[in-house]
Ligand binder design. Structure first.
Ligand code: FPP
Length: 261
């Protein structure tokens, strides 16, 4: 993706003591960065606020991550907003989140237009409440022609459900005689996932210190570098993003082979 370096340098002016833009190699930024945004509830609780305030503050972090990704020239940004397991939360919290997703998307659409961001969803959005579903469909159609960064938001997403869905779709084709069992390979399987057409993430960032994948992109994360930070999602900034990329660039990625260094 084309990056405006002057804009990027201005954006990263006045760094804190421990990290600055010069710490990273701009020629080796990951193509696809994915985020598990965690810790909204704990952030709110620590401040004596309702959980909804944590989610509202989380929107600001997500906006900063979208902007930063565009500035850095990331091709694909993805983020886990709502899992298939999150329906187990209180009806009140689920309702608030669904409403927040809809209002946020309406509010942020001008930013997506300005930054040429194409929106995509991972997960079954047909099961969402009408308000959210309709806004999401509008977001999809209004940004479909944008050819800058792709922003894939996982909503009502679960990796095991995604894998079962892919297996069913393949089985149907085999059953109908349009696909032979021997034609099933990794590329074909990947083409039946929600992430079809997207490169696998090179870097996964998880906030709030939990060391789990939480049923997120189990297929796609096979070789992904994982960066876990204790920072709670609403406190995550463009500087934390640089820290994650710096750590990623310091890793020796071998993909099961031996080191080339
Ligand atoms: C995790 O914190 C966050 C979520 C389940 C919701 C993610 C939503 C946002 C960050 C809002 C912005 C997103 C969009 C798409 C508008 P948690 O509630 O699991 O926190 P906890 O683990 O501390 O309880």
């Amino acid at each position: 993706m084309i990056r405006d370096e002057a804009k990027l340098r201005a954006y990263y002016a006045n760094p804190p003591e421990d990290v600055c833009l010069e710490d990273i190699d701009l020629d080796r930024v990951p193509r696809h960065v994915s985020f598990i945004m965690d810790g909204n509830g704990r952030w709110a609780q620590a401040k004596g606020l309702p959980r909804s305030s944590g989610h509202a503050a989380g929107v600001d972090s997500l906006r900063e991550v979208v902007t930063t990704s565009v500035r850095l020239g990331i091709d694909v940004l993805s983020a886990y907003a709502f899992s298939t397991e999150n329906w187990r939360r209180s009806q009140e919290e689920v309702g608030l989140l669904m409403h927040l997703f809809a209002t946020t998307l309406v509010h942020e659409l001008p930013l997506f237009h300005q930054e040429n961001v194409r929106l995509q969803f991972l997960g079954d959005i047909s099961e969402l409440p009408a308000e959210t579903r309709e806004v999401f469909l509008r977001g999809l159609s209004e940004t479909a022609d944008h050819d800058g960064m792709t922003f894939a938001l996982a909503v009502n997403y679960g990796s095991r459900a995604e894998l079962v869905r892919a297996a069913r779709s393949i089985a149907r084709d085999v059953g109908a005689g349009t696909l032979g069992a021997d034609q099933i390979d990794e590329d074909l399987f990947a083409s039946r996932l929600y992430t079809q057409g997207l490169p696998d993430p090179e870097l996964l960032v998880r906030t709030s210190g939990e060391l789990r994948l939480s049923n997120y992109l189990l297929w796609q994360l096979a070789y992904t570098e994982i960066f876990v930070t204790d920072v709670l999602w609403p406190d995550f900034t463009k500087w934390d993003y640089l820290r994650a990329i710096r750590a990623y660039q310091g890793r020796d990625r071998r993909f099961g082979g031996v080191s080339t260094a």
